[in-house]
Ligand binder design. Structure first.
Ligand SMILES: Nc1nc2c(ncn2[C@@H]2O[C@H](COP(=O)(O)OP(=O)(O)O)[C@@H](O)[C@H]2O)c(=O)[nH]1
Ligand SMILES: [Mg+2]
Length: 416
């Protein structure tokens, strides 16, 4: 329990969460089901409660076992031929429609679920075959750029409205010099997974009078919330339904708008993972092709579907994009690193002899001491120093961890 509270309090140690957003019918659930389907049990999820729309997706990384020339026995993750899959948290938020911030279509409830997200994957229907409410329309007739803007606007308006209700009180407090605006906002927005320095940044960029909030117009407040969202909820666009050729033009248009966009075919990924699960094909999430294991086992329908995936998705885009979205969310948007803690720096193992048992996903900027706390509160409290197992050197508490570090934590003997 104590560990849990501590993790909640310390931003660096908070388990990162990526949320899926989008209007209805863009393929969010298909994406979620595909991304969370990996039928290998993994021990020690770093998460306490799992709700139905909260799932485990996996980061795909090249495992350090290859470079170190060892055979590993992963415990908290999976390693398949030197490819490590590390569990991360993903939430599926039900579809947002225009007016969501005013409560349309359970909008408030859905927006509320996004608060906890640290980064967002915005799933859009790149084929333009669903209108802004998600209803089917003539393929190519709806503009996905419109959807990107309205979904972001709904989120910004929702946060704006939350702050506006309290703005007179906040203004009075600040103008009576009874509190700093950034402090008050940090408290007000606690639970939004926003760091105080992101609030300070957003205040500076917005260029508004911080000592006179009563002078802010509604539009000023909205602009501030928009800047704050851009900082605290970095977003990538999953241009879904990329298997439909009509999507190509829109994918280019979204790219041209300056956004990070990944062409995506969620349905194809789901099909591949299910076929791999049934041992019909050899395919690892994120691969650029698959191999049919036993042609005789496939029905003609399955053969046709697999060929379509190869021709319309893998050959055109290089992959289905689902794994690439998860990786990009964690590595590009959140700048995460992967660290391998070990208890024996020579054998690179835990006490039981499991080689490279765990892979931890951490925020860039995390230190050896943060890692100790992430493993166990007591290990953090009794931390002495760390050892870089690859280089065989001692590291202090403030050493900033690098991607693929293999680290042993040395602590004083446990009490009692
Ligand atoms: N062509 C195509 N259709 C897809 C893809 N992903 C999802 N769909 C279809 O889009 C519809 C909505 O999917 P769903 O996952 O329920 O969307 P959600 O409402 O955003 O959760 C379904 O008919 C899916 O079969 C895809 O990659 N390509
Ligand atoms: Mg859905």
């Amino acid at each position: 329990m104590y560990l849990f509270i501590f993790i909640e309090e310390c931003f660096l140690l908070k388990v990162m969460i990526v949320g899926l957003i989008g209007k209805p019918n863009t393929g969010k659930s298909t994406f979620f089901n595909a991304a969370t389907l990996l039928n290998v049990p993994v021990a020690n999820y770093p998460f306490t409660t799992i709700k139905p729309n909260v799932g485990i997706a996996y980061l795909r990384v090249e495992c350090v076992c290859k470079k170190l020339g060892v055979i590993d026995n992963p415990i908290n993750s999976i390693c398949v031929n030197g490819v490590r899959f590390i569990p991360v948290k993903l939430i599926d938020v039900a579809g947002l429609v225009p007016g969501a911030s005013q409560g349309r279509g359970l909008g408030n409830k859905f927006l509320d679920e996004l608060r906890q997200a640290d980064a967002l994957i915005h799933i859009v229907d790149a084929s333009g075959s669903t209108d802004e409410e998600g209803k089917l329309c003539e393929p190519g007739s709806h503009d996905p750029l419109f959807d990107i803007e309205f979904v972001e606007r709904e989120f910004d308006m929702w946060v704006t409205d939350k702050l506006r209700i309290d703005w007179p009180r906040i203004s009075r407090t600040v103008e009576a010099k009874a509190g700093k605006l950034s402090d008050i906002l940090a408290e007000k927005l606690s639970g939004f997974s926003i760091k105080e320095d992101q609030i300070i940044d957003a205040l500076n960029i917005a260029g508004l009078k911080q000592d006179k909030p009563s002078l802010w117009s509604d539009n000023d407040l909205y602009n501030f919330c928009k800047i704050l969202r851009e900082r605290s909820k970095p977003t990538l666009i999953a241009a879904n339904k990329a298997d439909l050729s009509i999507s190509t033009k829109n994918i280019q248009r979204i790219k041209d708008s300056g956004r990070l966009v990944i062409p995506c075919a969620s349905e194809a990924e789901l099909l591949l993972r299910r076929a791999a699960e049934k041992k019909l094909i050899k395919y690892l999430p994120g691969d650029s092709d698959f191999e049919i294991l036993d042609l005789a086992k496939l029905t003609s329908e399955q053969k046709r579907a697999l060929n379509l995936v190869r021709d319309k998705v893998l050959k055109v885009w290089g992959n289905t994009g689902v794994q690439q979205c998860i990786n990009a969310a964690y590595f590009d948007l959140l700048q995460s690193i992967v660290v391998y803690p070990v208890e024996d720096e020579n054998k690179l193992s835990d006490k039981k002899g499991n080689v490279l048992p765990d892979a931890y996903v951490m925020r860039k900027g995390s230190t050896t001491k943060d890692l100790a706390y992430m493993i166990h509160t007591e290990l953090g409290d009794t931390f002495l120093y760390a050892i870089d197992a690859k280089r065989g050197i001692k590291l202090g508490a403030d050493y900033e961890l690098k991607n693929n570090d293999v680290i042993k934590i040395v602590a004083t003997a446990r009490k009692g």
